[in-house]
Every structure is written in structure tokens, then in C-alpha cells.
Ligand binder design. Structure first.
Ligand code: C2E
Ligand code: MG
Ligand code: MG
Ligand code: MG
Length: 284
């Protein structure tokens, strides 16, 4: 389990990577090397429509494969990247690579689905965010409608600035998803003020949805609210057929979770597409 020790996540890191404890300077150097040395890779997790059982998108999820330590999860190193400022470079790399990959899939297989990319708080507030994304789209040739950005409620605190950024992004044709919806502390008023296309119900509400009536009530209310506000809604962390059934009964649009697929390497996504997913959905 992730145990964060104060600000730097050092305790978890050193317990996972036991024999050799890195200090923050070594860690930063290791992360920098990871960026330069192709130790970062992206896994993609399919998102499935409950209306037509098709894959309607994939979320790009970053992994660090350390040459000696093995796989290090984003929950561990993203906070460190934020603290050291490396997140700028890492975030740009993820954006470019995810856009490049999706453009290639479109060329090669004709897949017309978007890739979702997570934005960190720092990235979101970077002055050059919009122009940086614009030039990545131009470079990779990905049409903006096939890029979706995942933001979180905590980024909505500075309402006027956040609204401005979101309007610039959507003016380009990019889609905006509110990640981990329901776990932040910001007021709901941003939902009417800002151009947000999709709510992602946080996994914590889905986890006990089959046994906990409160979670079920919260989830069905979020779905109803999203639809009343003309937004799509996707449930995160769906692991069982029973959870899926409740979400279907409540009119949830899409789901993402281990029930269909974990985040997987690009090559496996291609394999998955070659096999009919529809059967997997219908048979459970
Ligand atoms: P997130 O954006 O909410 O991503 C969903 C997380 O839930 C992923 O964890 C995914 O592997 C996990 N997940 C999906 N389905 C299930 C399920 O059925 N059961 C369970 N138990 N988990 C499931 P992951 O990949 O470890 O990423 C954790 C977080 O790290 C992400 O949460 C996101 O906030 C952040 N992150 C990942 N990649 C990036 C990135 O490129 N940039 C930034 N800024 N943050 C990233
Ligand atoms: Mg996300
Ligand atoms: Mg999430
Ligand atoms: Mg999250």
C-alpha cells in the first residue's frame, strides 16, 4: 500500500526499492535519467460504452520502468516530479507520446477514438500550456477532437483563471473530463461556468456500490446530474459484473476498470482490438 511520508513519498519509495535508498537528489537524477533514457512508458486503459459495448476511448497512464528497481507507479513518482519541477518535461513527453500513438492508430487501423491525458496541477497552470498543446497537436497531426484532457476539482479553485484556460482549450476542439469526480472540495458551480464534457465518477464510490446504499445513491445522483447538465458520465474502477449491472441500471454512459481491462501496453491494445470486445461484454 502507498504510505506517504510527509511531502516526499520517501518512505514508500525506499520500502519498495529496499536495498538501495535514494535521497531526493538521487531520486531527481534518476527521474531525469528516466525521462531522457526511455524508462518512461505509457500504458493505455480502454473505456467502454455501456450503450454499444464498444471501446470509446483510452486513458494514457504513465509508468516508470526503472532498470534495476522495476515498475514504479505514478502515485509514487508524480508527486516527486511535481516537487522537483520535472513534471513539466514529463507532462510534455506524455502528451506528445500519447498524441503520436493515437495518430498512428488512426492511420494504421482507422480507430476514431480519443486518448485521455491526465494533467497535473502545475501543468494546468503553466503559462504556455495551451500553446504547448497546440504545437504538439500540429507536430503529431492528431486532430484536437481526439485529445481529451483529465483535470481535477482542485484545479478549479482559482475559478476565473481556470475558466479561461478551459475555454482556450475547448476553443481548440479539445474535450475536457473531470477526473476523480466527487472527491474534491470545490463547489459545484464550476460545472455550469466551465466547458466540461464528461464526469469521471471516482473509484471510491464504485468500490462498495453493490453493498452500500449511500454509494449507490451518490452514483445514481451524479449520473442524473451529469445528464441534466448535458454531460457524459464514466465510472472508474469497475471490477465486477455486479458493479457493472448497477451502473447500467442507472444509465451510466461508459465504464473503465479491471473488469474489462487493466492499463496495458500499446501493443496489447492493438491485440485487444483485433479480438471482438463485444463478446466479452455480453458474456460477462
Ligand atoms: P487516475 O487518473 O484517476 O487513473 C485511474 C487509476 O485507477 C489508474 O491508476 C488505474 O490503473 C486505476 N484503475 C483503473 N481501473 C481500476 C480498477 O478496476 N481497480 C483499481 N483498483 N484501480 C483501477 P495508476 O495508473 O496507478 O495512476 C494513478 C494516478 O496517477 C492517476 O489516477 C493519475 O492521477 C496519475 N497519473 C497517471 N499517469 C499520469 C500522467 O501521465 N500525468 C499525470 N499528471 N498524472 C498521471
Ligand atoms: Mg485520470
Ligand atoms: Mg481518476
Ligand atoms: Mg486519480
Amino acid at each position: 500500500e502507498v504510505k506517504r511520508n510527509g511531502k516526499n513519498g520517501f518512505q514508500y519509495y525506499s520500502s519498495v526499492l529496499d536495498e538501495h535508498v535514494m535521497n531526493n537528489i538521487e531520486l531527481e537524477a534518476a527521474l531525469r535519467k528516466a525521462v531522457d533514457g526511455e524508462q518512461l512508458i505509457i500504458h493505455y486503459q480502454p473505456q467502454i460504452s455501456l450503450h454499444n459495448q464498444q471501446v470509446i476511448g483510452v486513458e494514457a497512464l504513465l509508468r516508470w520502468i526503472h532498470p534495476e528497481k522495476g515498475l514504479i507507479e505514478p502515485g509514487v513518482f508524480i508527486p516527486i516530479a511535481e516537487e522537483t519541477g520535472l513534471i513539466g518535461e514529463i507532462g510534455t513527453w506524455v502528451m506528445r507520446e500519447a498524441c503520436r500513438q493515437m495518430q498512428q492508430w488512426q492511420q494504421q487501423y482507422g480507430w476514431n477514438i480519443p486518448v485521455s491525458v491526465n494533467l497535473s496541477t502545475q501543468q494546468f497552470h503553466q503559462e504556455k500550456l495551451v500553446s504547448a498543446i497546440e504545437s504538439i497537436l500540429r507536430e503529431t497531426g492528431l486532430h484536437p477532437q481526439y485529445l481529451e484532457l483529465e483535470i481535477t476539482e482542485s484545479m478549479m479553485m482559482d475559478a476565473s483563471r481556470s475558466g479561461q484556460i478551459l475555454r482556450e482549450l475547448t476553443r481548440l476542439g479539445i474535450q475536457i473530463s473531470m477526473d476523480d469526480f466527487g472527491t474534491g472540495y470545490s463547489s459545484l458551480s464550476y460545472l455550469k461556468l466551465f466547458p466540461i464534457h464528461k464526469l469521471k465518477i471516482d473509484r471510491s464510490f464504485i468500490k462498495d456500490i453493490t453493498s452500500n446504499e449511500d454509494d449507490k445513491a451518490i452514483v445514481s445522483s451524479i449520473i442524473a446530474m451529469a445528464h441534466n447538465l448535458k454531460m457524459n458520465v464514466i465510472a472508474e474502477g469497475v471490477e465486477t459484473r455486479e458493479q457493472l449491472q448497477i451502473l447500467m441500471d442507472n444509465g451510466c454512459d461508459d465504464i473503465q476498470g479491471y473488469y474489462f481491462s487493466r492499463p496495458i501496453p500499446a501493443k496489447e491494445v492493438e491485440q485487444m482490438y483485433l479480438n471482438p470486445l463485444k463478446a466479452a461484454v455480453e458474456e460477462g
